[in-house]
Design a protein. Sequence first.
Length: 70
Amino acid sequence: MSVMINKDPFITAQVMDLVLRERAVALSSREWKHRLAGYGYAIKSTDHGEIVETLPHHVEVGVLPDQARA
């Protein structure tokens, strides 16, 4: 499992805000993930929930809140 390099909570909050905003405007889970890839982020499904990570290095940013899960 990769570790988050930048542990700044402000940056994490901004990324999560972007992820949730894009989920609100996307018509499907597939479109949402495609839109996030355009920003350089991906959603990784794990046993502990879905995690937002950066592309292409797969550095974890944070855990996706329950209400945003696809």
